[in-house]
Design a protein around this ligand. Structure first.
Ligand SMILES: [Zn+2]
Length: 199
């Protein structure tokens, strides 16, 4: 990832970490500056609705498809994911919804379109040939930023849940581990907290 990409991601994360904690601000931006992506996301949700079940992740809608795949994508405030998608994919997609709030129509040009092309390129040139891509998936600013912003949100939700489940020893120990925290540690425990993330 180039230096300018890191700087831009740092700039975004400072705003994203505020927006993810304020649902009114989140939807205010999504229904004004980000309205194009928001409308398109809801249209896609309506079309795919018969093929899955809707959950929420920090007030954004997540359509989990009945299909046993692990890929996902997001448009506007809607994330769509295969049935096998894990929590890290869900919060990554949520991170993209935060990008829609901040970048508005620019998200199409700066994130959605390049992300789609890059995904297809990696599928065709590497995975379908049984090869491993040279660069990691998050080695580009918009993917790295989506994961980072999603992870910040995940920890924020975990913090709320910690309060809610404060009386449970299991939760206490679990969240202490989460907050020690290194991303890998939290990742190891993601299955334990997954049920709590969906309301
Ligand atoms: Zn992504």
């Amino acid at each position: 990832m180039k230096k300018s990409g890191i700087k831009f991601s740092d700039f975004l994360i400072s705003i994203e970490s505020v927006i993810c904690k304020h649902v009114v601000l989140y939807y205010l931006l999504q229904f004004t500056w980000g309205i194009l992506g928001t409308i398109l996301g809801y249209i896609i949700l309506l079309i795919l609705l018969p093929f899955g079940k809707v959950y929420t992740f920090n007030h954004a809608l997540v359509l989990k498809l009945n299909k046993n795949t692990s890929w996902g994508f997001s448009v506007g405030t809607v994330a769509v994911a295969g049935n096998n998608a894990d929590l890290s994919l869900i919060y990554h997609e949520y991170g993209h919804t935060l990008q829609n709030a901040i970048l508005g129509p620019l998200a199409f040009v700066l994130v959605m379109f390049p992300s789609f092309i890059r995904y297809q390129y990696r599928e065709l040139h590497y995975y379908k040939k049984g090869l491993k891509p040279i660069k990691k998936y998050d080695d580009i600013w918009f993917e790295f930023n989506a994961t980072h912003a999603g992870f910040v949100t995940f920890l924020y939700l975990a913090c709320i849940k910690k309060r809610k489940y404060a009386k449970s020893n299991k939760a206490g120990i679990l969240f202490d581990v989460l907050f020690i925290n290194e991303k890998s540690l939290a990742y190891d425990y993601k299955d334990c907290v997954e049920d709590w993330m969906f309301e």
